[in-house]
Ligand binder design. Structure first.
Ligand code: PMP
Length: 427
């Protein structure tokens, strides 16, 4: 065990589980590459949804943060904050939500906490609908809407939550259905659930389930849900923590794949928008955002420091059309990985959109999820110089690929080749 890891184990909680048998310390990065403390260089196929949406050490963001840190960081709840107003204006512009208001937090968990606070206050109900296999954070209330129990630190919850079908269709009773029949079955399930309870405040859903293993429902599912929700006055919250800002390639927001009936009532975002700076937030129509009696959640969201990072990062993302890049490079990557998968019986499926791709592993010749193979591939990829993630339903048998959105074609090919070798070594 290396020295830093033993110190980590002495002083940090046991449940702070790290990747790899010998966890690595990442010391610096540039573009789509990072280096560890032993001097090893890695292509980073996972940092894109953890922290670094555009590129590591992006000079535009570094400069903006350094300048702001050298000038002022002060309260955003007591004094005017120019970078916060400017970033809120930019986000409102690209949100697709009419009369949008933006509230900043420091994480995705807090963003979802705020969305729940707003929806439950607006609707005067603490019943919420969430999707099976969902992940929305680990605070007291977000654990209560996380269907993926293996990622929940506690089973207690302040909310009454009912889980509905639709987030995953790879296994189970709906697996054989075509898109239309799947949507119909999910809508029937939603109606059935609603038939037995007092009207809930909201339905919260990730357009593509992230921690759940990058599974997408057919386009239009949430539009079909929306029609039912509207009949009951139930709000729709889209959790765009992983899917926002063009990651899915075809769309700037994940919800746009379901847009027939217009934008969600609330959108939550976080992670990459600060390119490492702690930004989360909620976008909602003024009527919903303004329903609280007093200031919300925390005094620390939207500091000038994080807002400066967010502004520089969002400008870069839009000016360089990184959404288009995600579509083009992600399209090539998925084709390449599918060609590899076709030769390997342990790869059940390569799925996803844009630069958000999942590779699901099974025990060869069966349909049984294979979390041990996922861990083995993760290790082998690291040895080959590639960082990837894992996720999935009640077992982590899916590899997750989510590089910074500026990934080049050459880097996509290099990463795919390393992953192919890691898969072949494992199977
Ligand atoms: N929602 C989704 C969809 C997420 O993937 C995550 C984090 N993995 C969160 C919310 C929570 O975000 P954070 O870790 O920033 O609190």
């Amino acid at each position: 065990m290396n020295d830093l890891y033993s110190r980590h184990r002495q002083v940090l909680p046991d449940w702070l589980a790290l990747y790899y048998d010998e966890p690595i310390e990442i010391t610096h990065g540039e573009g789509r590459h990072v280096w560890d403390s032993a001097g090893n260089k890695y292509l980073d196929f996972f940092g894109g949804i953890l922290t670094t949406m555009t590129a590591h050490a992006l000079p535009e963001v570094t400069k903006a943060v350094a300048e702001q840190a050298g000038r002022i960081v002060h309260s955003s709840t007591l004094y005017l904050n120019r970078p916060m107003v400017e970033l809120a204006e930019r986000i409102a512009q690209v949100s697709g939500i009419p009369d949008a208001r933006v509230f900043f937090t420091t994480s995705g968990t807090e963003a979802n906490d705020t969305a729940l606070l707003l929806a439950t206050a607006h609707r005067r109900s603490n019943t919420v609908l969430a999707m099976r296999n969902s992940y929305h954070g680990r605070s007291f209330s977000t654990v209560g809407i996380t269907g993926n129990r293996s990622w929940s630190p506690t089973s207690l919850s302040p909310l009454q939550t009912l889980y509905v079908h639709g987030g995953v269709r790879t296994r189970g009773p709906f697996a054989e259905l075509d898109d239309r029949a799947f949507i119909d079955a999910c809508v029937a399930d939603l109606k059935d659930v609603l038939g037995h309870i007092r009207p809930p405040a909201a339905l919260i859903a990730e357009p593509v389930q992230g921690v759940g293993g990058f599974t997408s429902p057919p386009d239009g599912l949430y539009a079909a849900f929306r029609e039912v929700l509207e009949e009951h006055g139930i709000l729709w919250i889209a959790d765009e923590v992983q899917t926002g800002w063009g990651r899915t390639g075809e769309h700037f927001w994940g919800w746009q794949a379901h847009a027939r009936s217009g934008p969600p009532d609330l959108v939550t975002f976080a992670k990459g928008i600060g390119n490492g700076a702690s930004i989360g937030g909620v976008i909602a129509r003024a009527e919903i955002m303004n329903c609280l009696d007093a200031n919300s959640i925390s005094t620390f969201g939207g500091t000038q420091l994080t807002m400066a990072a967010g502004l520089a990062n969002l400008n870069y993302l839009l000016e360089h059309d990184l959404q288009g890049n995600a579509r083009r490079v992600g399209g090539l990557l998925i084709e390449r990985l599918r060609a590899v998968a076709a030769q390997l019986p342990g790869v059940r499926e390569v799925r996803g959109r844009g630069l958000m791709l999942g590779v699901e592993l099974v025990r060869p010749g069966t349909d049984e999820a294979d979390p041990r193979a996922a861990s083995a591939v993760l290790e082998a990829a690291r040895e080959g110089g590639l960082l990837i993630g894992k996720g999935g339903g009640h077992n982590t048998s899916a590899l997750r690929i989510a590089p910074p959105l500026s990934l080049t074609v050459a880097e996509a090919e290099e990463g795919a080749a390393i992953l192919e070798r890691a898969l072949r070594t494992t199977y």
